[in-house]
Write a protein that binds this ligand. Structure first.
Ligand SMILES: Nc1ncnc2c1ncn2[C@@H]1O[C@H](COP(=O)(O)OP(=O)(O)OP(=O)(O)O)[C@@H](O)[C@H]1O
Ligand SMILES: [Mg+2]
Length: 472
């Protein structure tokens, strides 16, 4: 079989079976490829479009508004542009499009457009925005609600550790200044708690507090959520204010700032420097006064080095920097936090627990707490659910679903030692376990782990190889 036919068959199949819409025009603006998905998106049939001039099929478009023609003229690609339009069947569709010029021997021969349907996601994000607005209206301009979600203040942040007290002090000072705050802490260390405390204990407490996770929303929609959209933007676009406008006078918490795209980070920087926003498709500059609190669960300078956080934005955000230590670096806070959560859950669960048995606290001290305070809180809530109503001190059997904390139980508990195995094998298992645990506690950094274990780097590397352990 001629190889040319095989590659044509492969191409045909890819075009017709992908879930991405594909539209190609030649240098005379005539459609030469129009796949099934594109036909469905635009509500047309391939035979209505193929071999015809683009502007005959889409009379509402012109040289400026058609991305395919624009790319043909400018010979420059347009990447990841969100478009909302009413298609030929009257359906409202939102797509993310990329349009690319096609060259043959350095001469432009056409343009290719690929479109991804995100209508469903767009609908969800619009609903989210409307709900947020509704919530704001129902509060009659007062954003501090009485019986809705609890608003945290600094008295809700529990901890006596020196670095924790330092972080709280910086937070308190930050609450009375308009400066941006950069919060760094692993998951579950209390970043949201800090952000809310800074807002609700500060001068902006009667203005809105809006939180947005930058990692949870697909990139093309995030820009609209932040800055809003205007009618002029594209056919069918709705006028909608973004969260910068909704949070005006208040605080905007931008979670996981390092997941935001490079381009959007640069737009955010411009807004922070200039103090006004422009809705997508809008022509008006709208002044906004918003205090920004950005969070990240990766060391910010590490993110800058890796290229996930722009250096210029980092400097702009880093006016006040708060580093919340992980729980394993402040183990003396564990008993105080346990006490706090027991008292929090007693009335909620109808229990009268007084404390936790000592042997459990010992496990708590040696565990690495990758989920930090959230993990500790969840463990206690879970144990209090399992405990019988008359339980005074939580004990091992109550923590039935907390396997991680007790994963070393059998190895380290000499009472349950299985002496059927030879001692060297048993000791090796212990060694492997201690190494793995210390590696995990030190984020797989070999130098730090070796130092903690009191052995040479080379010795550790040798053992890592032997036990097949994870290392950076
Ligand atoms: N110091 C603390 N004192 C009391 N409760 C705390 C403390 N730190 C965290 N918590 C509790 O732990 C849970 C997680 O906290 P929070 O949501 O603020 O963490 P986070 O750092 O934002 O986590 P993520 O990065 O996963 O979003 C919450 O229920 C919070 O109340
Ligand atoms: Mg959070």
């Amino acid at each position: 079989m001629d190889k040319k036919y095989v590659s044509q068959a492969v191409l045909q199949n890819i075009l017709q079976h992908t879930d991405i819409g594909i539209h190609v025009i030649d240098e005379n603006r005539r459609t030469i490829v129009y796949n099934k998905v594109m036909a469905q998106l635009e509500g047309l049939k391939a035979e209505q479009v193929l071999q015809r001039d683009l502007l005959d099929i889409f009379p509402s478009l012109n040289e400026d508004t058609s991305t395919l023609i624009k790319v043909l003229n400018t010979e420059k690609p347009i990447i990841d542009k969100t478009q909302t339009y009413i298609n030929y069947k009257g359906q409202k569709i939102t797509t993310v499009n990329s349009t690319i010029p096609l060259f043959w021997e350095e001469k432009i021969v056409g343009a290719l457009e690929i479109a991804k349907d995100i209508t469903y996601l767009k609908r969800l994000s619009d609903q989210l925005m409307d709900l947020q607005r509704e919530l704001k209206c129902n509060n009659h301009g007062k954003y501090r609600s009485k019986n809705r979600i609890k608003n945290y203040t600094f008295s809700d942040i529990i901890g006596k550790d020196e670095n924790m007290i330092k972080a709280i002090e910086i937070g308190k000072r930050a609450s009375n200044s308009p400066s941006t705050v950069l919060l760094y802490g692993e998951t579950g260390t209390g970043k949201e708690l800090f952000a809310q405390s800074i807002h609700y204990e500060g001068i902006r407490k009667n203005r809105p507090f809006i939180a947005q996770n930058c990692a949870a929303i697909p990139e093309p929609l995030l820009e609209g959520i932040l800055f809003g959209t205007d009618k002029g933007g594209f056919t069918g676009a709705i006028e909608r204010e973004g969260i910068f406008e909704q949070a005006n006078g208040g605080t905007l918490l931008l979670d996981e700032i390092n997941s935001m795209s490079w381009e959007l980070q640069s737009k955010l920087l411009r807004v922070l420097q200039e103090g006004y926003i422009r809705r997508i498709g809008g022509i008006k500059d709208i002044l906004v006064d918003v205090k920004i609190i950005a969070t990240t669960n990766e060391e910010p300078l590490e993110s800058v080095k890796k290229g996930t956080l722009r250096k210029d934005l980092y400097y702009r955000l880093n006016v006040v920097y708060i580093d919340i230590p992980p729980l394993r670096d402040r183990r003396d806070d564990i008993p105080i936090l346990c006490d706090y959560f027991i008292h929090k859950y007693n009335p909620l669960l109808g229990k009268s627990v007084i404390g936790i048995k000592d042997d459990i606290i010992q496990y708590f001290y040696q565990y690495s707490w990758p989920g930090n305070v959230r993990e500790l809180e969840n463990s206690i809530e879970s144990a209090m659910n399992y405990a019988p109503d008359n339980r005074r001190y939580l004990q091992r059997e109550d923590f039935i679903s907390c396997h991680n904390i007790f994963k070393d139980e059998d190895i380290f508990n000499l009472n349950t030692l299985n002496m059927e195995r030879p001692l060297p094998e048993y000791l090796e298992e212990m060694e492997k376990d201690i190494i793995n645990r210390t590696l995990e506690e030190n984020k797989y950094n070999i130098s730090k782990t070796a130092k903690k274990l009191g052995i040479k780097r080379q010795t550790l590397q040798h053992k890592i190889k032997k036990y097949n352990s994870r290392a950076k």
